[in-house]
Design a protein around this ligand. Structure first.
Ligand code: B16
Ligand code: MG
Length: 217
């Protein structure tokens, strides 16, 4: 079976919105009387909004009723939206544009696999909506990463099998989601952190499509 499609995570792969999620969650934690570290934030990457809030509240030793949690999640999202609404194509991470033009030349299909409900808005802000043949975001799934749902839906929408897909992920939960989905996973980041990935590189910058296909096929 040969590779037919590349599935991309959004935060940390195409753009660095993880920093904005962190800033907004940290602001919320601070208002609740505690702090979260950058290391703690690593565990929130790829995790859905409500699951992230549960992890944060547990970290701060708080138990709150559901209505309050919904209110807090909305507050965090408002702060996050303020930050991402200022994004432009200048925020696209280095190497992404070159990599995508190689993907097109190679005749591969592309899908976005993000658990963020804000993914379509971000793609619009950075002018990349048309770069994807399928867009799976938080409104189309019921389970966040590490569940493979987001990537399996991407493959299904492109009408390819999981074994014909390569996933690009920067988060531990996202790498696990791709592996659980039966896909070849390229981890973007540190090998000591993304231990389950089939291949780990620092970012899409300087990575070539041929290099990926050689390893994945
Ligand atoms: P939202 P990804 C994920 O996106 C983020 O990594 C994670 O930090 C965030 O909580 C989640 O989206 C939900 O985002 O609150 O915007 O719906 O990494 O799957 O692209
Ligand atoms: Mg990510």
């Amino acid at each position: 079976m040969s590779i037919k499609a590349f599935l991309f995570d959004l935060d940390g792969v195409i753009v660095d919105t993880a920093i904005y999620h962190y800033q907004a969650w940290r602001r919320l934690a601070n208002e609740l009387g505690f702090d979260i570290s950058g290391e703690f934030n690593e565990g929130l990457k790829g995790v859905s909004r409500m699951e992230s809030l549960d992890l944060i509240l547990a970290h701060g030793g708080l138990t709150l009723p559901d209505e309050k949690k919904i209110e807090l999640a909305e507050q965090k999202n408002g702060w996050y939206l303020e930050l991402v609404s200022r994004m432009t194509s200048d925020d696209i991470l280095p190497g992404v544009a070159t990599f995508f033009s190689q993907v097109r030349k190679a005749g591969l299909q592309t899908a976005l696999g993000s658990v963020s409900k804000n993914a379509p808005l971000i793609l619009e802000r950075i002018g990349m909506t048309n770069a994807f043949d399928a867009i799976i975001d938080g409104t189309k799934i019921s389970k966040g990463k590490p569940d493979p749902e987001v990537f399996l839906k991407g493959a299904a929408e492109l009408e390819v099998s999981p074994a014909e897909c390569v996933v690009f992920e920067d988060a531990v939960a996202g790498v696990e989601a791709g592996k659980r989905g039966g896909m070849f996973v390229v981890g973007l980041g540190l090998p000591e952190m993304l231990t389950k990935a089939d291949l780990v590189v620092p970012s899409l910058d300087n990575l070539t499509v041929d290099e990926v296909l050689e390893k994945a096929n």
